[in-house]
Design a protein around this ligand. Structure first.
Ligand code: GUN
Length: 300
């Protein structure tokens, strides 16, 4: 293996420390405690794990955590009424509605009912538009975490060729916008892209966010390129025993790490950065709401 391992777990801890320092200052100088409200509808097991982890880390950095757990059969009107209440609550600076929502709820409608200034996911249509036009916005947490790691490892990204594999609204599209804003030449590749391997081989940066286990192999990667693996896939691991599974990314780590210059592992790469950036976005939203200076190094 030749690649440097980009340690997302360690990086996320430093981001959370910065957030905690800023929270302490907000309390001491302004008597303000940032608050994050998380709304979970239903009992999706993966969402339960995320929400618990978010709550724990929110409190750990000194912020207030408000959890709202609603029944899977909650009506759209009731969910919208809760969001309206949170929009109007001055103690709440960030609102996150955990996705996916149960099928009977319109996700776009729900997300767009969140006050854009409190939309710490950066999914509201206003924030999407602001990001696309290079204006100040709330930036989606996973792409923000990827950008922080890329800047930390590479310094300036200006002029670099970047390929984003995947075109989701949550990761692929905002990631491409952020890389473009940092003056990369950006290509978004997806399931219909021709010669995807050759395209990736021409890239200084490959961000894999397709949700297909170990799709990007070492043959797709140029020597010395930086590889960011956003995928979290659970696959069968019969070698560990019957019925056992293991976590893998969208990148085949063994072959890619033999040629890449740097690579994020799974687990311990992008994953921990997502929640750290959610906390960073909440403190940013709190500062903006109170007309205060934003913390340095925690926004895009
Ligand atoms: N479900 C999986 N990831 C996310 C995320 O980043 N934000 C929200 N709201 N839901 C998710």
């Amino acid at each position: 293996m030749s690649a440097k391992i980009i340690d997302g777990k360690e990086f996320a801890a430093t981001v959370r420390e910065k957030v905690a320092t800023h929270v302490t200052r907000l309390k001491a100088d302004h008597d303000i405690t940032p608050g994050l409200a998380v709304v979970l509808v239903g009992e999706d097991p993966a969402s339960e794990v995320y929400v618990r982890s978010k709550g724990k880390l929110t409190v750990e950095v000194g912020m207030n955590s408000y959890e709202h757990r609603l029944d899977a059969t909650t009506s759209e009107a009731d969910l919208l009424a809760l969001i309206e209440k949170l929009n109007a609550d001055p103690a709440v600076h960030g609102i996150l509605c955990q996705l996916p929502l149960p099928k009977h709820l319109n996700e776009d409608l729900v997300i767009n009912s969140i006050d854009p200034a409190k939309d710490v996911d950066g999914f509201h249509i206003s924030n999407v538009g602001l990001l696309a036009t290079g204006q100040k916005s709330m930036v989606p947490c996973t792409p923000l975490g990827c950008l922080m790691m890329l800047r930390d490892h590479l310094g300036s990204l200006s002029g670099l060729n970047a390929v984003v594999v995947g075109r989701s609204n949550i990761v692929g599209k905002p990631m491409a916008q952020l890389l473009l804003r940092d003056s990369c030449t950006v290509t978004i590749a997806h399931s219909r892209t021709k010669n995807i391997e050759a395209l990736c081989r021409g890239a200084d940066i490959v961000v894999a966010a397709v949700g297909r286990p170990e799709m990007v192999t070492g043959e797709w990667i140029a020597k010395g390129a930086t590889v960011i693996d956003v995928g979290i896939n659970r696959i069968p691991a019969p070698e560990k025993g019957e019925g056992k599974t293991r976590l893998v990314g969208d990148v085949d780590f063994a072959s890619a790490s033999a040629v890449a210059g740097a690579i994020t592992p799974v687990p311990g790469g992008v994953g921990p950065m997502t929640i750290a950036c959610l906390l960073a976005n909440t403190v940013t939203a709190c500062c903006r709401a109170n007309g205060l200076d934003e913390p340095e190094g925690l926004t895009a």
